[in-house]
Design a protein around this ligand. Structure first.
Ligand code: IYR
Length: 226
């Protein structure tokens, strides 16, 4: 069996995949749609701990996303230390307080009203884990700068994988974007090539959690066929 070969001078491995009939494909696609449709952004967390192995698998899944020239320009900081969580909460709430008071427009605040958000972020301490995703604007290999490509697109796609993996493990999250986010680089002591991208608390939802009654757009509104 030839599972490996050299193509244009570079090693390749045989691509293997599950193969499905149209009927199987139909039910697989329907099942994933139904499953991912149940995902909701949750802001009320229980402090019940999560095995670290679960978090490692979730981050491995995010790391399997496609990226520009396969540079994998991301770092996922996994935080469970209560002292660091507290520092992050203080930093985030400091920025959020200013944002809600003076940086965000009236229209923006009006748009957020159905979601019931405000500057207070208790979930940053309640959730057993925080994941801070950093994008690597460029690489640093033995002190040498290397080029990265389509960094925002790549890290955004990886975050999609991450959020799906969190949902798949029966956990919840909220994509929190305190702005500006540079306080996270300082607290986590990240190198200069990394910029904070997204902050996700991860945990179980509180018992009896309510989420906003909002709707997703219909297929006809998001898909245009040619
Ligand atoms: N970053 C703030 C505000 C906020 C902005 C958007 I756009 C949201 O969809 C939700 C919140 C916060 O996290 O509260």
């Amino acid at each position: 069996m030839m599972n490996e070969k050299i193509i244009k001078g570079f090693p390749h491995v045989k691509y293997s995949r599950e193969s499905y009939s149209d009927d199987q494909s139909m039910s697989k696609s329907e099942e994933l749609f139904q499953f991912l449709s149940k995902r909701r952004t949750v802001r009320d967390f229980d402090s019940r701990p999560i095995p670290k192995e679960v978090m490692e698998n979730i981050i491995r899944t995010a790391g399997s996303a496609p990226s520009g020239a396969n540079k994998q320009p991301w770092t996922f900081c996994l935080i469970s230390d209560p002292t660091i969580k507290k520092q992050i909460r203080i930093g985030a709430e400091m920025e959020e307080k200013i944002s809600y008071r003076s940086r965000m427009s009236d229209t923006w605040k009006e748009d957020l009203k159905p979601l019931g958000t405000d500057w207070e972020k208790p979930f940053l301490e309640t959730a057993p884990y925080l994941i801070v995703v950093f994008k690597q604007s460029y690489g640093l290999e033995n002190g040498e700068k290397t080029q990265h490509y389509y960094v925002n697109e790549s890290v955004g796609i990886a975050c999609g994988f991450l959020i799906s993996a969190i949902h798949n493990a029966g956990l919840v999250t909220v994509t929190h974007t305190p702005s500006p986010m540079n306080f996270l680089s300082k607290i986590l002591n990240r190198p200069e090539n990394e910029k904070p991208f997204l902050l996700l608390p991860v945990g179980y939802p509180q018992d009896e959690t309510f989420v906003p009654k909002i709707k997703r757009k219909d297929l006809s509104d998001i898909m245009k066929e040619y």
